[in-house]
Design a protein around this ligand. Sequence first.
Ligand SMILES: *[C@@H]1O[C@H](CO)[C@@H](O)[C@H](O)[C@H]1NC(C)=O
Ligand SMILES: *[C@@H]1O[C@H](CO)[C@@H](O)[C@H](O)[C@H]1NC(C)=O
Length: 483
Amino acid sequence: MELSCAGAVLCVLQFILFSLILGCGAQDDFVCPLPNGLFPDPNPEACVRFYQCDNSIAFLKFCPSGSLFDTYKKLCVDRHLKVFCGPQPATEAPVIIEDPHTAGECDVTKCKLPECFCSPDSMAIPGNLTREQVPQIILITFDGGVNSLNFKTYNSIFLENRTNPNGCPIRGTFFMSHEYTDYSLVEDFYSKGHEMASGSVTRRAGLEDATVDDWVGEMVSMRQILKHWASVDPSEVIGMRAPHLKPGRNTQYEVLLDYGFVWDSSLTATPGAMPVWPYTLDFAVNHECKAGTCPTHSFPGVWELPMNSHYGQSLEGGFCPYLDQCALLYHSEDEVVEWLKYDFHHHYDTNRAPYQLTLTANWFATKELHKALLRFIDYTLSLPDVHYTTVTEALQWISAPVPLSQMQNYEPWDCKLRQLPKSPCKTPRSCPLALEGRFSEPYGIAGGTRYMVTCSQCPRKYPWVFDAAGTGLGNDVYEKATF
Ligand SMILES: *[C@@H]1O[C@H](CO)[C@@H](O)[C@H](O)[C@H]1NC(C)=O
Ligand SMILES: *[C@@H]1O[C@H](CO)[C@@H](O)[C@H](O)[C@H]1NC(C)=O
């Protein structure tokens, strides 16, 4: 049956409407959908035919006998196989499954301190204060292990003459990891009022796609390791930071909530007109998610202390959440001081979002950087409204802001009201601990011996993920939301 037909489109219509078997498809009638490529005959019954378009000129072709043209594969395939004949939807429409848990946009009418804080651009000052009413908080944070190689340099920051306006010595926050950590030195920092947070046991890469179990093993085990080997009260380890600043999507924050953590500091913010203030994760993260694996669900009441990337006008520092990632090598001490001041004033002169000195041991490997840091800290302490706090102290103020003029006796930051933990022992033990097979997968540790220093009795085995006490069993069970 041959019917003449005005055009391919009409043919298709006729086919749909009348289900007629149409024999149209003379090559002059075929309109190339794209200038070049292989296209099926509009008539799905005429599957043996297809068109090759060259610069919008159609050439009729036939598949070898026994085969039919498959629209998706753009090939002639055996007719006994499943063949997609004739016009098909251009691509299979992606199935968008609406995630019912997706956090909504910041709604300031529903988000009230102290439990909730957000602002449309994340730049608003909490409590509706003006810049002049805000104490400029500076946070000193360290990532990684603490040991005899970095203890002295870290300590050089915390001389007793470096005090806040309230007379208390300045203190920092340690995102602890386990490898090469000397727990007697951790205990020393802890006993002086520094904050301990969890930075994962192993600092391994790839945790952004890890399971709940992996995150519990890394973050909760680290908290328990600090308890066993540095006498840190687990109820005070309430913050975490994902290794390599790769947050674990929603999984990490589920673990955070379930296991009694209160805040996270893994998300990074690129430099903008103003730095971003900490916020709660009730609503969607509304600054760029550089890592690409930020949480998307709502985690009511969980505080995020984003790392504002550092930047300076004079140096093309690139994106550097950690200070040692900024391109500051080969600059003089004076230049680095000026750069730090510029970076700091981007907070101090705008919205006074907390400024983080994000340090790792690397920073202190360069003498100029180390000295510049101390000079910069002394400069900031000469300003009347700068206060160095731990992360948790900062969040105490942010969740219930008090104007500077009323802060003479601000209790949450008053060191005299705090009972410090006991001092560490005078003569810690160095425990030789063999590494065996259980450290190879997925941790990539070949073997050898670690000398773990602690004031506690030496463990049987090297403490590890799900083996905080070092029993060698690796079957720790951690209670949810308890310590
Ligand atoms: C914030 O301050 C502005 C101006 O002082 C005022 O109009 C507004 O109502 C305040 N908002 C809140 C939530 O207190
Ligand atoms: C603290 O003492 C050190 C060493 O004596 C000194 O270099 C530094 O400038 C002092 N800092 C302050 C804020 O007084």
